[in-house]
Design a protein around this ligand. Structure first.
Ligand SMILES: Nc1ncnc2c1ncn2[C@@H]1O[C@H](COP(=O)(O)OP(=O)(O)OP(=O)(O)O)[C@@H](O)[C@H]1O
Ligand SMILES: [Mg+2]
Length: 458
């Protein structure tokens, strides 16, 4: 079922075509080129059946106009003329077929069916190609959880606009990856993506870093310098850790965003800039606003579209996929390493709290691959804090299930922690006690109670 637009000045022809096609398709009719163009503007069509000779503008005129507009529906010319030149002209102007009146009913019906099927297929290919391209550009972002899918949808929705985006989330949740995806998926992808980390640049340098300076603007300004705002013109400016921006610069940034002009340091000549601003922070900016540390007007300007990235512990269903992907990546880079993650290790990864989020997981896998010597990455290859969390989790379950009493569980937990502290300090009891927040005497008592040898860890 498609939308067919019949353009013919003769009512009789309009009517017979409508009768012929109406069971299979949505048929609209127009008596002139102007009417037809109106109908197209209002609702579009999937195929046009076009007469050539009509009062006013001719079918060829319509073909010319459609060619100029580009991207119109396919046109089949249906004409009483048997002369060759108009037919050739029509084909040159982009008509895909030429049918003479009176037409063969079945042949025309089949032709329309074929054209519509072909068009549907073409549109499907375009849609799939876009989807694949979109996916490739979101590609470095991993995660199939509902929260991450919602994040992808937002990225896709805003990428095409120039709305300012504020990305929030704990450290290591992927804020920079998301900022890059917003840039890569949008029309600015060929222009630069410029990063300014507001926390990493010392305050006195930040203004000239952002807005540039003129030669001689301050001691040491030997040459004119283009700031990152200007460098990002046409592209995207990523302001990382925007919560760290000093108040004085917040005012200048607000102006740059509002008026789309900047002043280089040492110049009063405003320079137009066209950078889309994407900002990120791991602070709660609304609280900073309430506390007077962040300008409310700037806050409203930059968080037109907020994207909140969930901490990893709130999307545990993604942990396994992330871990497997990182493992495969490290393996292919190092040309060695385990192929799989042992079930006990997977469980530990899925249970751990991940205060450092995806970055911590990525580092943990990298380290574990370096340590692992078999075909599988074992629990023992993972960083201690993850192993410990797994063990204490196991203990907690055992206590809950009544298999272990509380006192035994606490004793085991203490034993583990003491052994680890001794291992970390190479058996130095004074330092181990310090790390555990105990006096050396209390540590010694506990070691005796749990039968931990004084040579352990050494
Ligand atoms: N969803 C994800 N899929 C794949 N890799 C991710 C994802 N999120 C984060 N990472 C990886 O984790 C690391 C940290 O990501 P990123 O630098 O984007 O985090 P961030 O939120 O900007 O952290 P910070 O606040 O510390 O700057 C990067 O190596 C990134 O590739
Ligand atoms: Mg970052």
């Amino acid at each position: 079922m498609g939308r067919v637009l019949v353009v013919d000045d003769e009512r009789g022809v309009q009517e017979s075509l409508r009768l012929l096609l109406k069971d299979e398709h949505d048929v609209a009719t127009a008596s002139s080129v102007d009417e037809a163009l109106d109908a197209l503007d209002r609702g579009g069509a999937d195929v046009i059946l076009l007469d050539l000779v009509m009062p006013g503008r001719s079918g060829l005129d319509m073909l010319r106009e459609l060619a100029e507009r580009g991207d119109g529906p396919p046109v089949v010319v249906v004409s009483a003329t048997r002369a060759i030149p108009p037919a050739v002209e029509a084909m040159k102007l982009g008509a895909i077929d030429f049918v003479t009146k009176p037409f063969e009913v079945d042949a025309l019906r089949i032709k329309v069916r074929q054209i519509l099927a072909h068009r549907a297929l073409e549109q499907e290919v375009v849609r799939l190609r876009d989807e694949v391209a979109g996916r490739a550009r979101l590609g470095r972002l991993i995660g199939r959880s509902e929260v991450m899918r919602a994040v992808y949808r937002t990225i896709e929705r805003v990428a095409g606009s120039r709305a300012n985006v504020l990305i929030t989330g704990e450290s290591g949740t992927g804020k920079e990856l998301v900022a890059r995806a917003v840039h890569e998926l949008g029309p600015r992808r060929a222009a630069p993506f410029v990063v300014v980390n507001c926390a990493a640049i010392p305050e006195p340098l930040l203004e000239s870093e952002l807005f540039g300076h003129e030669k001689g603007a301050f001691t040491g300004a030997h040459e004119r310098r283009i700031g990152r705002f200007e460098a990002a013109s046409g592209g995207t400016l990523f302001l990382d850790e925007i919560g760290e921006l000093p108040l004085a610069l917040q005012a200048k940034l607000l102006r740059a965003i509002q008026d789309r002009t900047i002043d280089r340091v040492g110049s009063a000549q405003p320079i137009p800039v066209d950078a889309r601003v994407v900002a990120a922070t791991n602070r709660e900016l609304d609280k900073e606003v309430a506390a007077g540390a962040f300008r409310a007007d700037l806050y409203y300007r930059i968080h037109v579209v907020p994207i909140a990235l969930p901490p990893l512990r709130e999307r545990r269903e993604d942990i396994r996929l992330l871990a497997d992907t990182f493992l495969a990546r490290v393996r292919s880079e190092a040309q060695r390493g385990p192929r799989v993650i042992a079930p006990a290790a997977v469980t530990a990864l899925e249970r751990y709290a991940w205060p450092g989020n995806v970055r911590e997981l990525e580092n943990a896998i990298e380290r574990a691959v370096a340590l692992a010597d078999g075909e599988s990455l074992e629990l023992a290859d993972l960083p201690e804090e993850i192993q410990l969390a797994a063990r204490s989790d196991g203990l907690r379950e055992a206590v809950r299930a009544g298999r272990v009493d509380l006192e035994t569980a606490v004793a085991r937990f203490e034993t583990d922690l003491i052994r680890e502290a001794l291992a970390r300090t190479g058996g130095n009891q004074t330092r181990a006690a310090e790390q555990l927040g105990l006096t050396r005497r209390v540590l010694k008592l506990k070691m005796d109670r749990y039968a931990i040898g004084s040579a352990e860890g050494a």
